[in-house]
Ligand binder design. Structure first.
Ligand code: DQA
Length: 145
């Protein structure tokens, strides 16, 4: 089983950006944490991060035939991007949406998620552990995509 973990804009600045909301863990240490979890679960993992909407669309398209599931935190594009939603629907891979913060308890515009309707599950407000929960969920449910 191979999982692609996609992160959108500004998530490369984890640890630096608004630590009161997103915590002090850096993007690199997040990747190490996910890699360790996947190794322990016997899952192959690949990472992609971009600050550009088209890059995220390309990464989702590229997962077709190369990954068995996707964990995605589209960052702010969650709330705006029909292109990312359409890419997710096009590849129809099992997908879980993750948000580090609890987007339901922030500004009202953060409660809108275009990608949600293409995902088997949304995990919000569990900090970076949400990525590990998403991987566990895909391991148990990847057949349903
Ligand atoms: C985020 C929440 C988004 O609203 C925000 O734009 C992000 C990060 C999260 O992980 O909590 O960039 O997706």
């Amino acid at each position: 089983m191979k999982i692609l973990v996609i992160n959108g804009p500004n998530l490369n600045l984890l640890g630096v950006r608004e630590p009161g909301i997103y915590g002090r863990e850096t993007y690199d240490s997040l990747l190490e944490k996910i890699t360790a979890h996947c190794t322990a679960c016997g899952v192959e993992v690949e990472f992609y991060q971009s600050n550009h909407e088209g890059g995220l669309v390309d990464a989702i398209q590229g997962a077709l035939g190369t990954a068995d599931g996707i964990v995605i935190n589209p960052g702010a594009y969650t709330h705006t991007s029909i292109a990312i939603l359409d890419a997710a629907k096009a590849v129809a891979l099992p997908m879980v949406e993750v948000h580090i913060s609890d987007v339901r308890k922030r500004e009202p515009f953060r409660s809108v998620s275009y990608i949600r309707s293409a995902c088997l599950k949304s995990i919000v407000g569990h900090g970076t552990d949400g990525y590990l929960e998403a991987i566990d969920f895909l391991l148990e449910n990847a057949d349903e995509g």
